[in-house]
Design a protein around this ligand. Sequence first.
Ligand code: SF4
Length: 307
Amino acid sequence: MNRKEIIELLEIENGSKDFYELIRESNNKTREEFNNQAYIFSQIGINASPCSGNCKFCALAENNYLLDNEFEFDTELVVEKARLSFEEGIDDLFIMTTASYPLKNLLNIANTVSEAMPKGKRLVANSGDMSYETALNLKDAGYTGSYHIKRLREGIDTEIPVSQRIDTIEAIQKSGLELYYCLEPIGPEHTLDELAEEILFARDLKVKAMAVMRRIAVPGTKLEKLGQISKLQLIKIAAVTRLASSPTRCMNAHETVEGSLLAGVNQLYAEAGSNPRDDVIETSNNRGLSIKDVRTMLKEYEFNITS
Ligand code: SF4
């Protein structure tokens, strides 16, 4: 699919006949190519403190930090939460940190968690930018993958240079860690051309796990005033992205929109701890879904789950 074809699909009117044809095609591809298999991912935000990334949509940004407190889970607590998550039944566990969280701690966590990790499960770092050497260290410590993206309007709505993000993405792929990718954070201000450009960038990365995420207008963040795209718009973008980027294991749309499970999405996230889209310390008490919630949803849409 080229840029023009992607834009044509993104231009389809939501709720039209073509819209339902688009999501039918994406749904069929996922059900057939992935053998109707679905995946439960769980993310733990292990710290919260004013972050120098200063993303204008984030509750943890240094220049408009929205949480009442700061915190950092100690390694024992992270390991215990990880153990409980695996026990409850998940496929991939994401350890998320703010941009300048110490690498040493991230390595300690992997050393301990990976020992207790059931066979076949994956441990993913969602952390700040890193060198090739650091990516290798993460891999040696027990991480199997890393979530890292070039955000929409990176360097404009964030204080992180695009080149730094791309260097990290290259380092991750070169190190042998699995790269998890996402088109985010999508807002009403992004043009279809911008979306198409990022979808093409993602396609060339040839990832197994792809996602799209809409920006949440978190009250108090700099971009709150721009609002959000609708759920239907997110579902359409998920379908187009799934068809154009062809991930080989799974597709996600975040935050969870049940209708996306009819549009090619076969992977959902449970979330705990800190969350850039939430202004409370423990997102599982607010925006974050539980592992049980996610499992129920996937089952209701008649996916197979092995975790
Ligand atoms: S999105 Fe991540 S990098 Fe950006 S300010 Fe929030 S925690 Fe920092």
